[in-house]
Design a protein around this ligand. Structure first.
Ligand code: 5AD
Ligand code: SF4
Length: 431
């Protein structure tokens, strides 16, 4: 009987991408996809960014090992990298622990069991099988991994290692395979995607090469650091039509004092100046960001500055998190750890401000027409949901339309997290 596998993904899009590649790798080895309750091998592709995310690994391991037909359990991803042997000490039933830079060796590890958290110099990408013949209509493509920025709160430089960019030629070839498999949209991924650099090719250069692929309608990239928002990348927003008018540019805090303590290497003024340049290049650009509340030493005045920058920027959406102390990071031992109740109150206030900003952004687009790329069914029968160029979710009822189609819609109503569209013209996805 064919052996089966299931990959469960936690955390960011880079893990989503790795999970796809792990699936392709296991299928090339003869495994077939199955549900988490029946698969012979279950891979947990884990996230270590905040304590809550990391702890989910252990509750899942417990659940899996309680199954009647016990699966082999693989812990992959960032918890694997950060905790390695500790995982086996805490959950001895674990069969394999494999880090984000070593998962191309998973077939051998499955045969013998064990831990592999090497960060080999040779890239895993060259060792992986080619992309699947059928890709999702919106596909991810990891172009850069790792981080050299060492924000004082963050584990990523430790779990994902130093910044490494993949060769541009290999990426263009992979993008071509994704488009041939049906992708209309590609999102270029990297922990510091805008630090991408392969010889003379910057992220802007890579964007121009991939945008030129026939059949690709939309290109996005995530996540960027304000420090690496180079002039040529800003210019690409003005000049490359397939590059969508949306940018996720985390600022983390509105307080310069805290930005220094976070080792962010930018100020609120330099951040706002970058946004001005972007808006001159692409006046309709939608902005998104990440915020941390309750970083050690954060005062009411610091937090008020965060609320001010949210109001000043007018984010289309943003993600906000309570500071979570991570072992081994400089911030974990800083004075002035903020009480949980204060973090809770600040998070609630920030989320209310972000929701108001998102609603204002969405309301401002009511009355306009745009294309949406249909990507999932809606909650009610007959409804489909697609993404606007500004990454808004737009709900439509359009008989005959299906997922993967590009649909022109008139935006007729707005909520904080979605819009309602009336269909205008349908562009059929290639079968
Ligand atoms: N606590 C809370 N949020 C964090 N982030 C990163 N590390 C932490 C932490 N220790 C947030 C940052 C980052 C996003 C991916 O996660 O806002 O941009
Ligand atoms: Fe973490 Fe900062 Fe690197 Fe982003 S830039 S991955 S927040 S260390």
């Amino acid at each position: 009987m064919t052996a089966t596998y299931h990959v469960k993904t936690f955390g960011c899009q880079m893990n989503v991408y790795d999970s796809e590649r792990i699936g392709e790798l296991l299928e090339a080895e003869g495994y077939a996809a199955a549900g988490i309750d029946t698969a012979d091998v279950v891979v947990l592709n884990t996230c270590h960014i905040r304590e809550k995310a990391a702890e989910k690994t252990y509750s899942d391991i417990g659940r899996l090992k309680a199954r009647v037909a016990k699966p082999k359990v693989v812990v992959a991803g960032c918890v694997a990298q950060a905790e390695g042997a500790e995982i086996v000490a805490r959950a001895p039933a674990i069969d394999v622990v494999v880090g984000p830079n070593a998962y191309h060796r998973l077939p051998a590890l499955l045969a013998r069991g064990g831990i592999d958290t090497d960060m080999p110099a040779a890239s895993k990408f060259a060792a992986l099988p080619p992309r699947r013949a059928v890709s999702p209509h919106s596909a991810f493509l990891t172009v850069q991994e790792g981080c050299d920025k060492f924000c004082t709160f963050c584990v990523v430089p430790y779990t994902r290692g130093a910044e490494v960019s993949r060769p541009a030629d290999a990426l263009v070839a992979e993008a071509q395979a994704l488009v041939a498999g049906g992708a209309k949209e590609i999102t270029l991924l990297g922990q510091n995607v805008n630090a991408y650099c392969d010889g003379a090719t910057t992220l802007a250069g890579l964007i121009r090469r991939i945008a030129a692929l026939p059949g690709l309608a939309r290109l996005r990239y995530i996540t960027s650091h304000p420090r690496d928002m180079a002039g040529d990348l800003i210019a690409a927003h003005a000049e490359v039509p397939a590059l969508m008018p949306y940018l996720h540019l985390p600022v983390q805090s509105g307080s310069d004092r805290l930005l220094r303590a976070m080792n962010r290497a930018h100020t609120t003024a330099s951040y706002l100046a970058t946004l001005d340049r972007l808006r001159r290049a692409r006046p309709d650009i939608a902005l998104s960001g990440d915020f941390i509340v309750g970083f050690p030493g954060e005062t009411d005045a610091d937090f008020a500055a965060t609320l001010r920058i949210v109001a000043d920027v007018g984010y289309a959406q943003a993600y906000s998190f309570k500071y979570s102390s991570r072992p081994g990071t400089p911030a974990a031992t800083m004075a002035g750890q903020v009480p949980e109740a204060v973090k809770d109150a600040r998070l609630a206030a920030l989320q209310a401000a972000i929701a108001a900003s998102a609603l204002a952004f969405n309301r401002a687009s009511v009355g306009t027409r745009c294309d949406i790329l249909l990507d999932r069914p809606g909650r009610r029968p007959g409804q489909l949901i697609g993404k606007s160029p500004w990454l808004q979710s737009v709900v439509v009822v359009s008989p005959g339309a299906r997922i993967g189609d590009m649909l022109a819609v008139d935006l007729i109503d707005a909520q904080p997290n979605s819009l309602e569209g009336a269909p205008v013209t349908l562009t059929r996805a290639a079968a």
